[in-house]
Design a protein around this ligand. Sequence first.
Ligand SMILES: Nc1ncnc2c1ncn2[C@@H]1O[C@H](COP(=O)(O)OP(=O)(O)OP(=O)(O)O)[C@@H](O)[C@H]1O
Ligand SMILES: [Mg+2]
Length: 229
Amino acid sequence: MVDRVVKRFGGVTAVNKVSLSLEAGRIYGLIGPKGSGKTTLFNCITGVDQADEGQIRFKGQRIDGLKPHQIFHQGIGRTFQVIRVFPELTALENLLVVTTDDYAAARARAEDLLRFVKLERLANEYAGNLSYGQQKLVEFVRVLMTDPELVLLDEPAAGVNRTLLNELLDAVRTLRDRGKTVLLVEHDMKVVMGLCETVFVLDHGEKLTEGPPGVIQTDERVIEAYFGR
Ligand SMILES: Nc1ncnc2c1ncn2[C@@H]1O[C@H](COP(=O)(O)OP(=O)(O)OP(=O)(O)O)[C@@H](O)[C@H]1O
Ligand SMILES: [Mg+2]
């Protein structure tokens, strides 16, 4: 779906001819050192950044060149590395900002989704009063309001305590079991190992390698990229 994508910022090539092939109903990891281009690649896929070269296809259609809201409506949802919830809205209201057409249906879905990550008792709490991990879960389930086919998660586990992390991991596996595709950027290798079937490794904007997490973890090039500098 991602085909030789290039993204430059001035003289910096943040993403350099990266290709990723994703199959439905699988969980993929995207790892790499800081500044290796992970978030930029997410931004290209979701239309936040425009790729300078290459193609991005989703369900057989070109999506590069579309606006973020158009890509969102094609069925690609994402969370952000820097959390984006509305602190002055309740947890429930944070989910309801996504859809407006059928309020009753949206509300029922939002309540279901809060239950999905065991936050139903905090539905009417201001998001700003929730713990950081709970806010991340709210942001995660907000992405699910439109029932996306592909979910991109940018460091979902960072700063999340053990209990909430387990909720998140269970929820991601459930999505996969329902046929959704998940691509996640994550620095916590235990999370990557426990969750992902295939891992893509970026280094200096280029795809260094890809493979099952067990193989990636012992790959000399990956160890060098992470620790060899
Ligand atoms: N809007 C921008 N303008 C200029 N340079 C940018 C911009 N966004 C990213 N970059 C540069 O592109 C490169 C890749 O950054 P990116 O944020 O994609 O890395 P990352 O892999 O997500 O890193 P991290 O693990 O720290 O989140 C970096 O050199 C970064 O400074
Ligand atoms: Mg990033």
